[in-house]
Design a protein around this ligand. Structure first.
Ligand code: PLP
Length: 376
């Protein structure tokens, strides 16, 4: 059987990793400024994480959600504390799209409405509702097109107020920092106005923190820079450092009814052990503070490079916008300088390293970027 060929691949096989470095089959070392697409939060193969997963799977890896799993309650308590959302509840699933899918469903169960507002260039995943609120018609299949969605410009307060004032919008879904769309940050004043308008119109506010959350922005959630509290927050990627897991953090106004949501794999023992180990390391190594510090340094350095048209970001979620396509620059960084980076569109390099990236490693990246830019 062949693989269904949907991914354009680099001719490169990564076989191991240690903290912020990854290694290919030939033993070549790469500095990981991509974090496997913002997934690696505490660094590759952290010993505490490896030990926790091994010990858990030796006891039990999975049992169904029809019995008590105290690892889930332990994790929910820890997540509530570190994120500042102790009075919210947690529903665990397996991927970012699935978390958003459940958030949209729950919003609709809650207020009975159908229409959703999202933002231009947004990405929320590939399941039915999640892909419909993603602003990329190329990945929306005819079967997904039924849901009513309006896309608005990010940060346009009057357009948002006008749209919500009709009182027929079920939910607004917005990324804490727009990632796939090019690292665009919602302005705090916009988020505050959105919160107020959602309250006035009984619209559910969903913050998709799948990429920008879990400490990446230098705060636990990027929206916390604006001082707002959404009705629901979705988390994935960094939550279990690569073990497939995601969560929906649900405000106290939502009433749980047995059977309304559910999943086979979500919140299994192994996933919870991985997620608990991630929180241990984040706290012990103060990785949120590190993301803020190292991110500031990277952005300051990048702003001095004349080839870069604009530097945007918070913490360790950084977009470097060029005024020409960067495909060749990324290849050069990867194959000539041993640095893995991410991308948004054609002209933006996206940096999403492990939150454990050190100042020294950030300095090495800048040196390599300067070298690569000499011949770009
Ligand atoms: C903001 C955001 N939402 C949702 C998703 C979808 O997550 P997953 O691929 O785990 O379904 C992503 C993935 O890149 C994302 O960046």
């Amino acid at each position: 059987m062949n693989l269904f060929d949907v991914y354009p691949l680099y001719d490169l096989e990564i076989v191991s990793g240690k903290n912020c470095y990854i290694y290919d089959k030939q033993g070549r070392e790469y500095l990981d400024l991509y974090g496997g697409h913002a997934v690696i939060s505490i660094g590759h193969s952290h010993p505490h994480y490896v030990r926790s997963i091994c010990e858990q799977v030796a006891r039990i890896g999975f049992y169904s959600n029809s019995v008590v799993n105290s690892l889930q309650t332990k994790f929910a308590t820890r997540l509530g504390k570190i994120s500042g959302y102790e009075e919210y509840s947690l529903f665990l699933v397996n991927s970012g799209a699935e978390a958003n899918e459940n958030a949209l469903k729950l919003a609709s169960f809650h207020n009975g409405r159908r229409k959703v507002v999202a933002f231009r260039k947004a990405f929320h995943g590939r399941t039915s509702a999640a892909v419909r609120v993603t602003d990329n018609p190329g990945i929306v299949a005819p079967i997904n097109q039924g849901m009513e969605v309006e896309f608005l410009a990010l940060n346009d307060i009057p357009a948002m107020q006008n749209c919500l004032s009709r009182g027929d919008v079920c939910a607004v879904i917005i990324e804490g920092i727009m990632g796939v769309g090019g690292v665009h940050i919602p302005q705090p004043a916009f988020l505050q106005a959105l919160r107020k308008t959602c309250n006035e119109t009984k619209t559910v506010l969903i913050l998709d923190e799948i990429q920008s959350g879990y400490g990446r922005s230098g705060r636990f959630f990027a929206h916390q820079y604006a001082g707002i509290r959404p009705d629901m927050i979705t988390v994935a990627k960094g939550i279990a450092n690569g073990f497939p897991m995601s969560g929906l953090i649900i405000g106290p106004e939502f009433k749980a009814v047995h059977g309304m949501l559910g999943t086979t794999f979500g919140g299994n023992h192994l996933a919870c052990a991985a997620a608990l180990a991630v929180l241990d390391v984040m706290e012990q190594e103060n990785l949120i503070g590190n993301a803020a510090r190292v991110g500031d340094f990277l952005m300051k350095e990048c702003k001095t490079l004349p080839q870069i048209a604009e530097v945007r970001g918070l913490g360790l979620m950084i977009g470097l916008e060029f005024d020409k396509p960067i495909k060749e620059l990324r290849k050069k960084l990867l194959f000539e300088h041993g640095v893995f980076t991410g991308v948004s569109g054609s002209n933006v390099i996206r940096l999403l390293p492990p939150l454990s990236l050190s100042m020294e490693q950030a300095g090495i990246f800048i040196e390599k970027l300067v070298l690569a830019l000499k011949t770009f």
